[in-house]
Design a protein around this ligand. Structure first.
Ligand SMILES: C[S@@+](CC[C@H](N)C(=O)[O-])C[C@H]1O[C@@H](n2cnc3c(N)ncnc32)[C@H](O)[C@@H]1O
Length: 252
């Protein structure tokens, strides 16, 4: 009975806090190729909300490091943390001067890492479980008084007709084709377009998507406004993401 209760509690905590442990390792190279081709609008928005210079910055779930250069150009010390060893290998090879660590974001605490002038998370926090209030409180602890949180994350779009499985498959296929066309045009090759398709159809991509807890745009705004009162939102980065920037009060 006691064992059952303990197992149940552990399972509930795991469900709330974490995903199944599926990692980006097997798709890191494909992700890197696809993401680096489709990042312009992200970079433009992030650049627009960052100060010209600062002290310490951390990129939570930095992946292969596609935004680390933006931070290294502005901050004296930059740290990238990611659960995927392959992603960190790619990031570290690209930016030897940045401290890139393999690690679980739940273990990225102020006690271990200190606090930061900038805490950035791009397309990552939806992997941290089903309780946004818990992971946003965790993120909040990493910001020093007067510091800034910048998050861009995927939001769920569920068209009304998605209840029809055939229509929904067509819709999903349409999004894969759109991603492939964008990657192909940006990279200037059919190979880039095909890499995008291979990524979106990869079993591990689907496993990760099934594990993720993607908020709707309304839920995203509500949860982030609660965690970061007075934050500024943008829906203009891309149709599939919502972006938010928040500055902590100097005494906060
Ligand atoms: C979609 S990728 C985004 C990577 C990068 N931020 C970018 O925009 O290119 C999500 C990243 O989050 C990382 N991630 C997911 N859950 C994590 C966790 N609990 N701890 C650390 N990293 C995690 C994955 O390994 C992956 O590299």
């Amino acid at each position: 009975m006691v064992t059952t209760m303990i197992t149940f509690s552990v399972n509930v905590i795991m469900k709330v806090r974490r995903t199944s442990g599926a990692t980006f390792d097997p798709i890191a190279d494909l992700y890197d190729r696809f993401a680096s081709l489709t990042q312009d609008r992200f970079r433009r928005w992030i650049t627009g909300v960052l100060p010209a210079s600062g002290g310490r910055a951390i990129d939570l779930g930095c992946g292969s490091g596609r935004f680390l250069d933006l931070l290294a150009d502005r901050y004296g010390e930059v740290v990238g943390v990611d659960a995927s060893a392959r992603m960190i290998d790619l990031a570290q090879a690209r930016f030897p001067a940045v401290k890139c660590d393999v690690g679980d974001l739940w273990e990225a605490t102020p006690e271990r890492l200190g606090v930061f002038d900038l805490v950035l998370g791009v397309n990552t926090l939806h992997h941290l479980g089903s309780d946004p209030a818990a992971y946003l409180a965790h993120v909040r602890r990493l910001v020093r008084p007067g510091g800034q949180v910048v998050v861009v994350d995927v939001v769920r779009h569920t068209p009304r007709w998605a209840a029809n499985p055939v229509a929904y498959r067509v819709y999903r296929l349409g999004r894969t084709v759109r991603g492939a066309v964008r990657a192909g045009v940006a990279g200037g090759s059919v190979g880039d377009a095909l890499a995008a398709v291979r990524l979106k159809r990869h079993e591990q991509w689907r496993n990760l998507a099934a594990d993720a807890h993607v908020l709707s745009r309304q839920e995203f705004r509500r949860e982030y406004a609660l965690a970061f009162p007075g934050a500024t939102f943008s829906d203009a980065v891309e149709s599939s993401v919502c972006a938010v920037s928040w500055s902590a009060a100097p005494g906060e």
